[in-house]
Design a protein around this ligand. Structure first.
Ligand SMILES: [Zn+2]
Ligand SMILES: [Zn+2]
Length: 255
């Protein structure tokens, strides 16, 4: 069995003390691939260097909606340069966050559109962050033709109707620790209904640890708990979930 964590932030200070042990627990849990995701230029750069130094780690570069206040040409140029590295497999995380609303919404939308345009230019799939912004996210992915590059709706939080609209736009659905939470009825319903060829797994480490580790620091080895939960919901083996989700990620990221 080989598992793929499509979304982690292992460059965060949370791992400064025990990074090697975290990687060891990945191997113990058969997590063979991890995409480390940038949220600004600095963490995108760190993701690329981490990927260069670790064979199973790949990088995604992008500026998160929380960090797009001063977003301009310089950011686009920096991302363009970073994306030239062969271990960069996606553009992200990009999107809209109306839950915390740390940046004016017009600025969020502008940076989202311009980074999708860059992804299309570079031929890279996008990793989309969406919190409480379903309507605007859907409008922008349609208008900016995300279907040409494809990508991921990460940490999926919508219902089945929303999931279907994402699938129609050539996006895969990534579920993480939230699917294991008792009150996450919508995400569990999506996990049950979604065809295995449209599903991905993630942790969003260090956030959102799955049960029974909820509240603790998350790490990619825990993607196994997510896989087991999804297998239970779909009534298939964990090996089958691992097979499809890893296959889907390898295909999307062209690894
Ligand atoms: Zn996110
Ligand atoms: Zn993230």
């Amino acid at each position: 069995m080989e598992l793929f964590d499509t979304h982690a932030h292992l460059d965060f200070p949370d791992y400064a003390e025990d990074f090697e042990e975290v990687l060891y627990r990945c191997r113990e849990n058969q997590v063979v691939y991890v995409v480390n995701v940038g949220i600004d230029i600095d963490t995108s750069r760190k993701s690329v260097s981490m990927a260069r130094n670790n064979s199973g780690i790949y990088a995604s570069v992008g500026v998160h909606p929380h960090d797009v206040d001063g977003f301009d040409e310089r950011h686009l140029r920096a991302l363009h340069l970073l994306a030239a590295d062969e271990k960069v497999v996606a553009l992200g995380e990009i999107g809209l966050d109306y839950y915390r609303d740390l940046t004016p919404r017009e600025k969020q939308k502008n940076a989202f559109r311009r980074q999708i345009a860059l992804a299309r230019e570079l031929g890279l799939p996008v990793i989309i962050h969406n919190r409480d912004a379903h309507k605007d996210v859907l409008q922008i992915i349609q208008e900016e033709n995300v279907r040409d590059t494809g990508g991921i709706m990460h940490c999926f939080s919508g219902d089945w109707a929303m999931a279907k609209k994402c699938l129609d736009n050539n996006l895969l659905i990534a579920v993480g620790g939230t699917v294991t939470f008792k009150n996450a009825k919508d995400v569990q319903d999506v996990a049950r209904r979604i065809p295995l060829d449209s599903l991905l797994l993630e942790t969003d480490s260090p956030f959102l640890s799955p049960e029974p580790r909820r509240g603790k620091r998350n790490e990619p080895g825990n993607v196994r708990l997510v896989a087991e939960c999804v297998a239970g919901l779909k009534k298939v083996s964990v090996e089958e979930v691992a097979y499809w989700t890893t296959y889907n990620a390898i295909k999307l990221f062209k690894i």
